[in-house]
Design a protein around this ligand. Sequence first.
Ligand code: XMP
Length: 522
Amino acid sequence: QVAILDFGSQYTHLIARRVREMNVYSELHDCLITPGELSNINLVGVILSGGPNSVYEDGAPHVDAGIWKILKDKGVPVLGICYGMQELAHVFGGSVAPCDRREYGKASARRSSGCTSKLFDGLPEEFDVWMSHGDKLTSVPSGFRAVAGTSNASYVAIENLESRMWGLQFHPEVTHSPYGPIVLKNFVVGICGARQDWVMTDYANDFIEEVRAKVGPTDHVIGAVSGGVDSTVAAVLMTRAIGDRFHAILVDNGCLRKDEANQVLHRMKDDCGVNLRCVSASSRFLDLLAGVTDPETKRKIIGGTFIEIFQEEATKIEEEIYPARCEWLLQGTLYPDVIESVSHKGPSATIKTHHNVGGLPDTMKLKLIEPLRELFKDEVRELGMALGIDEASVWRHPFPGPGLAIRIMGEVTPENVRMLQEADAIVIDELVTSGHYRKIGQAFVVLLPTVKSVGVMGDGRTYENVAVVRCVETTDYMTANFYELPYAILGNMSSRVINEVRGINRLCYDISSKPPATIEWE
Ligand code: XMP
């Protein structure tokens, strides 16, 4: 594998993803991995990620000295990116200092004269790169030479052929570095000689093996399914690993989409062979949500009640099946959920506590299994196809754990849920029949129950609710553009929703992108 040592950059996961896109296996590891842990890994190369710290600061993370020895002895090539390159400089006798002018964005890099670095095979003399740094190298470490610079920094790429170490100040992993994929491939395939034979089914097989080793023979695992692609893929993987010892639980929290519980039950049980039980708990959730309008409080109530229900179900399973022990909880957490919910060393501040990541109580007894934690949505879909899951499930838009509760901008009452369910079903139906559903990353309706609008129906005045249609194009759900839906389809949606859903007399279309908006309204 190509091991990526994570110094906390928000782009670290992208490096892993770019390597996987070359069909090479790659894993993220904490930058503080010990020499003992690293020596157990079959390494073909190591990439040091960027990070928010300055190498010269007290408390900045550094690779353990024993690791350099292992890499040298084994002759494993190392590529340092941004902070990673500064770490190479810090350790091997170069110097790093704050830039006079911090550099965020596009820059033009020029190869040093006569540069024949393998890293730049196939690149022109001058090429655009994406920078994001406040520090720079002011002298190269001993044994290294500069192989490219910009007008702002003389050393944006360095190499030491003898020690097999390379450093880049720019970020080849982001799409804004157009030659980034070539540079990474030059390192991973050209320099490290990694075999390009890894496929998604390997990911599944590795996970299945890992789970079988981790989960004991009388251990049972429970996991929530929502009908979204993530929980479906996670549940199918788990079923492949341990069969009926995995118990998928569909909690009807009263905030599911129209007829969702039935559809999920059918698809998961009949089509995917997942051992599924449905817990009808609408009134339990809706009673707790009565009078609550704050989004984070809604998430906490729903997340907390979900966990209570899982723990109750775990106890029931232990009582029903002897000698079962139910101590594991499967979660379909994805990489973007992780990065947006927790501030792990890196600079990304908590944006929303997606309940499946941020809201688990300390008292929760269940241990977590998160097979998709390193993947992006499109990779999960690829995995779903590799597992043979039906297309309707694989291409189903994601649905948040708190469900319609965070799509009602106000109190979650049964009447508000009813209006939203009906409007949502019409909008999705129009998208499916017009062929737009698959081109959209996520589509849904938001209800604004605190806003009332005047309308006229027949000869009478109405004073009713406003709903908003939200459709976004995205691959990773970290950024998104509003989807340019043709007016004719918007027109059909509007006339159907207003005519068919009692209580809504106005439909709007959300034209915000993420950032600065988020995909959900709450
Ligand atoms: P945002 O609104 O943060 O959404 O741009 C990004 C993706 O995350 C989903 N989302 C959630 N999923 N629990 C979840 O399981 C949550 O609390 C939650 N909030 C947002 C959202 O639907 C989108 O796919």
